[in-house]
Design a protein around this ligand. Structure first.
Ligand code: SAM
Length: 201
């Protein structure tokens, strides 16, 4: 998980356009994505969170930018980083069943300020509206879906599944969009916004 905030308070962060290409292609694991985000957005402060052993490994990476810091955190515990512009959860939900996935998101909600973004990066399970695709096109995602069920009693999720997870985690956490790169049918970023009291993001 990473929390990041832009200069100029919440408005600065909210107006910053998120460039999915800056994140795509960054190596996975041990802080590579947080490092890539911090390098791509030098005006942002990025805090990487994970279990202590993952944090120790990430802190040893070379060429770490000054706007990146590290904080061990158990994602089932209440989020301690309050008031970030955005929280980025990458590949940490799909191996958890619904109750635990909702718990992970719920632990984040008390830390959210109005307008905060929650960005979840996961595979996208094609929904009913996309059934025209060939089974071969769907092979990778179906295989991973079966692995998630077999090993973790979990599953890959449709956009509607993610919208429901956000809703169950907090009534003010509203699914607003999903982002995909052309040609990459599996990786997807799901965006939710924590609404103001009057309902305006
Ligand atoms: C598939 S990896 C994804 C790592 C990283 N987010 C990425 O996208 O490269 C899942 C991560 O969840 C972390 N994790 C598992 N249980 C956790 C917990 N209770 N609290 C915090 N992190 C946890 C693991 O240490 C691991 O780094």
């Amino acid at each position: 998980m990473a929390g990041f905030s832009g200069k100029g308070g919440s408005e600065g962060g909210r107006n910053q356009k998120f460039d999915i290409k800056a994140y795509h292609g960054a190596k996975s694991w041990a802080g590579h994505v947080s490092k890539a985000l911090a390098l791509a957005y030098p005006d942002f402060t990025v805090t990487m969170q994970d279990r202590p052993e993952a944090i120790s490994a990430a802190a040893k990476l070379s060429g770490l930018p000054r706007n990146l810091s590290f904080k061990p955190h158990d994602f089932f515990s209440p989020q301690t980083l309050h008031g970030a512009d955005a929280y980025f959860l990458r590949h940490i939900l799909h191996n958890w069943p619904q109750a635990e996935a909702v718990s992970i998101l719920s632990a984040l909600v008390p830390a959210l300020k109005p307008g905060a973004r929650v960005l979840v990066s996961e595979f996208l399970m094609p929904g009913a509206a996309q059934r025209g695709r060939s089974l071969l096109d769907d092979k990778l995602i179906r295989q991973i879906d079966l692995q998630m069920m077999d090993v973790y009693n979990s599953k890959e999720r449709t956009a509607e599944d993610f919208a429901a997870l956000f809703r169950m985690a907090g009534e003010k956490l509203r699914f607003v969009a999903k982002y995909q790169l052309p040609g990459d049918q599996e990786s997807c970023i799901f965006e939710a916004v924590y609404d103001d009291d009057d309902g305006a993001p």
